[in-house]
Design a protein around this ligand. Structure first.
Ligand code: F6P
Length: 319
């Protein structure tokens, strides 16, 4: 192959730029031409392409977001849209495509592969819910952002002897909440994958106060409950002075951590090597630290679940 495309799709994740840089520089190292497709599959359908010479990815390894822009494209979920996308790639002479994104983006990539364009996915989502791999690009940075916020909130929570409910991202997944709750020393962590009872949360808070605790932090994943509802419930049942913070999209931005930059560099480069080897419909990933190609169908069947051991540990250490 001589020319490949690269696009970012779905929610952005810190480290996407580092992965784009690795794709472009590895491809050029191997004598390939690279085309950047902007705004994900929406840009593919619109033919929003631009050549990516080596200097186009200078000074981006440290930046959050994605220099290729991103979108969630409903039209590309239809058979007609997918065929049109395939035709656009053929017209542009693109013989392989690297897709940086999550589950939905990989489903589109799988379809393009079936139509005849080799595709390789690179797992990028702060939610960390793509399974069959060690970690997703962006998760480490998002957790770091949340911990910094929790530490700051803890300062004021202590001064005012308050209870804080902090809502973090994760529509269907509690990985950010669990990791940040554990690392931030939260009293309770509520995640969508594990059933919970607000009466238990209140009872635990009351036990803590009876033992002399001056403040409490509860981390809730947006997919488990809305922090504002949890806050009202707690205040109503206990009378404790309670405040709510919804961290929102601040978690999606910011400079990627070293660990996300290294992962993004490795997976971006490996994705190009997989295309050169003739692989298709696979995700570039690490498993136990080693680079592996995981077929998309295995990825779809392996949504990451929170480790039971981490859930138990968060519970034990918060008593
Ligand atoms: O999938 C990443 C994510 O940040 C989720 O945690 C969150 O629910 C969703 O994207 C938010 O999407 P949007 O940026 O479209 O509001």
């Amino acid at each position: 192959i001589q020319k490949i495309g690269v696009l970012t799709s779905g929610g952005d994740a810190p480290g996407m730029n580092a992965a784009i840089r690795a794709v472009v520089r590895t491809a050029i190292y191997h004598g390939l031409e690279v085309v950047g497709i902007r705004r994900g599959y929406a840009g593919l359908l619109d033919g929003d392409f631009r050549p990516m010479p080596i200097e186009s990815v200078g000074d981006i390894i440290q930046r959050g977001g994605t220099c290729l822009f991103t979108a969630r494209c409903k039209e590309f979920m239809t058979e007609e849209g997918q065929r049109r996308g395939y035709e656009r790639l053929v017209e542009a002479g693109i013989e392989g495509l690297v897709v940086l994104g999550g589950d939905g983006s990989f489903r589109g990539a799988k379809r393009l592969s079936e139509l005849g364009i080799p595709t390789v996915g690179v797992p990028c989502t702060i939610d960390n819910d793509i399974g069959a791999c060690d970690a997703n690009i962006g998760f480490d940075t998002a957790v770091q952002t949340v911990i910094q916020a929790i530490d700051k909130i803890r300062d004021t929570a202590t001064s005012h002897e308050r209870t804080y409910v902090i809502e973090v991202m994760g529509r269907h997944a509690g990985h950010i909440a669990l990791a940040a709750g554990l690392a931030g020393g939260a009293e309770s962590v509520l995640i969508p994958e594990v059933p919970f009872n607000l009466e238990d949360v209140v009872a635990k808070l009351q036990r803590g106060v009876a033992r002399g605790k001056k403040h409490s932090i509860i981390v809730v994943a947006e997919g488990a409950a809305r922090a504002v509802d949890v806050g009202h419930y707690i205040e109503e049942k206990t009378g404790f002075d309670t405040r709510v913070t919804v961290l929102g999209h601040v978690q999606r931005g910011g400079a990627p951590t070293a660990s996300d930059r290294v992962l993004a560099s490795r997976l971006g480069a490996f994705a190009v090597e997989l295309l050169l080897k003739g692989e298709t419909a696979v995700m570039a990933a690490t498993q136990n630290g080693a680079l592996v190609a995981v077929p998309f169908d295995e990825v779809f069947a392996a949504v990451r679940q929170p480790a039971q051991e981490l859930c138990e540990l968060a519970e034990i250490l918060s008593n």
